[in-house]
Design a protein around this ligand. Structure first.
Ligand SMILES: NC(=O)c1ccc[n+]([C@@H]2O[C@H](COP(=O)([O-])OP(=O)(O)OC[C@H]3O[C@@H](n4cnc5c(N)ncnc54)[C@H](O)[C@@H]3O)[C@@H](O)[C@H]2O)c1
Length: 282
């Protein structure tokens, strides 16, 4: 099985993907545009391994070996011999296009190019390459080492072989996959959480129930681990506004139209836990 992985972007998701892959025995090239970003990414990986070692769920020598399998670099040419490349940069189609165009010219023709996008249709990303059949969505969840799901997304031209490679990779790093057969904006997971958060926000905005009660309804009534408004605060109201706006623009489906309250919260900087204030105060 293919064993050399390249990860483009060493932010929250890219560093997490590099972390679990190196731990599973993959040789990883982690590429970002600045040394500063790479330092942040590798520091986060080291801190996470240290935590597992401290808890006794990972041996110190395994953590050292995993770290040694990660090469952090700003040099894109270093990814040329990868079997699989996963892109995890900002959620902007133009940036992803630029990267996929460069990767297509650089990596072996049989290599698979994957994106960790949470909402952009894979077909749109693949259009920047001459190998759309070898482009696939491999959508991890945050925090990557803890969340067991990977959403595999087929673009219009993604081949069965490419999907199988993506599944083999995701399972090799200990994840369970779901398959999205048509790359609708937001796929399955982002559509579900967006629809729930939009409706929860509308109920709260119009005074039907308090934030606490809306979240309790989902926790105690449906067995959700977390209510939708607390989830929005954790993920970032800004991130969810962006996601639901993208789905709405693409689908014109009214249920994804972002509520005014979400827009105003983002305008005011009340974007959730990271700002200290969202639907709740932290
Ligand atoms: N944050 C989440 O919970 C989450 C969950 C699932 C999927 N995603 C998706 O994963 C992707 C990355 O999200 P994130 O939260 O890790 O973002 P982030 O902002 O933490 O990191 C993005 C990284 O990409 C780097 N970058 C930008 N341009 C680059 C280039 N040309 N080459 C290499 N690196 C470049 C940046 O320097 C930064 O380090 C996005 O598409 C996002 O939608 C995010």
């Amino acid at each position: 099985m293919a064993r050399k992985l390249a990860v483009i972007g060493s932010g929250l998701m890219g560093s997490g993907i590099a972390q679990v892959s190196a731990q599973a025995g993959w040789d990883v090239v982690l590429r970002d545009v600045t040394d500063e970003a790479l330092r942040r990414g590798t520091d986060a990986i080291r801190a996470s391994y240290d935590k597992f070692v401290g808890k006794g769920t990972m041996e110190a020598h395994d953590a050292d070996a995993a770290l040694a399998r990660i090469t952090a670099t700003t040099d894109l040419d270093a990814v040329a011999d990868a079997d699989l490349v996963i892109e995890a940069v900002f959620e902007k189609l133009e940036i992803k296009h630029e990267i996929f165009r460069a990767l297509d010219a650089l990596v072996r023709p049989d290599a698979v190019l994957a994106s960790n996008t949470s909402a952009i249709p894979i077909t749109k990303i693949a259009a920047a390459t001459e190998r759309p059949e070898r482009v696939v969505g491999v959508h991890f969840f945050s925090p990557v080492p803890m969340m067991r799901l990977v959403e595999l997304v087929r673009g219009y031209k993604t081949s069965d072989e490419t999907l199988a490679t993506a599944r083999e990779f995701a399972e090799s790093v200990g994840k369970t996959c779901i398959v999205v057969n048509r790359d609708v904006a937001g796929f399955v997971t982002t559509r579900l959480i967006s629809a729930l958060v939009v409706e929860a926000t509308k109920l709260y905005e119009s005074g039907v129930a308090s934030a606490e009660d809306i979240d309790l309804a989902c926790k105690l009534g449906f067995g959700h681990a977390m209510g939708p408004l607390a989830t929005a605060d954790l993920t970032g109201v800004d991130i969810l506004l962006h996601a639901t706006s993208n789905i709405y623009t693409e689908s014109q489906d009214e249920k994804f139209a972002p509520p005014e309250l979400m827009r105003r919260m983002v305008d005011a900087g009340d974007i959730g836990r990271k700002s200290g204030q969202g639907f709740y105060t932290y």
